[in-house]
Design a protein around this ligand. Structure first.
Ligand code: ASC
Length: 151
């Protein structure tokens, strides 16, 4: 009994501490999860873009906060692209995501890496640094969308 209780506790701890490898009850949940993560990331990324493109004044503190959220959110969507989640809810995800998994993963990792650099750039408080890192990060969004998202 003790061993079973210990195992159950270990499993619960793992689940609670690893949201990025969340298991989903059904494909629809995985699809909603990845779309939600990408949507939240896009909202925060958009605020950085507004500063980088001069549509709103540069606010170093806000930039840092938004970039930190982007860097965190960038880790999440990928758990929602598991096997069998190509359908189950409306989605623009293309079949190539599942037939070219290694390439798709490379795209995901590029976004994650650039968003970490973006957060570091935002911490410098320098608008030019932010602009450069924003452009590099946006390039990774676009590359993946061009290849793996329906128009
Ligand atoms: C954004 C956003 C994207 C990317 C992409 C970059 O702000 O929501 O998906 O930038 O448009 O090309």
């Amino acid at each position: 009994m003790k061993a079973i209780a210990a195992l159950a506790l270990a499993a619960a701890t793992l689940t609670l501490s690893a949201p990025a490898s969340a298991q989903f009850a059904k494909a629809e949940d995985a699809i909603k999860y990845r779309q939600s993560a990408l949507f939240v990331m896009g909202q925060h990324f958009g605020r950085l873009g507004a500063m980088a493109n001069g549509r709103i004044p540069f606010d170093a503190k806000a930039a840092q906060e938004n970039a930190d959220v982007v860097a965190q959110m960038a880790k999440l969507p990928w758990a929602g692209f598991g096997a069998g989640t190509d359908k189950g809810a409306p989605t623009k995800a293309l079949p190539e995501i599942w037939t070219e998994q290694a390439k798709f993963k490379e795209h995901a990792e590029k976004l994650e890496a650039e968003s970490v650099k973006l957060a570091a750039a935002a911490k410098t408080g320098n608008l030019d640094n932010l602009k450069a890192a924003f452009g590099a990060t946006a390039g990774t969004c676009k590359a993946c969308h061009d290849n793996y998202r329906a128009k």
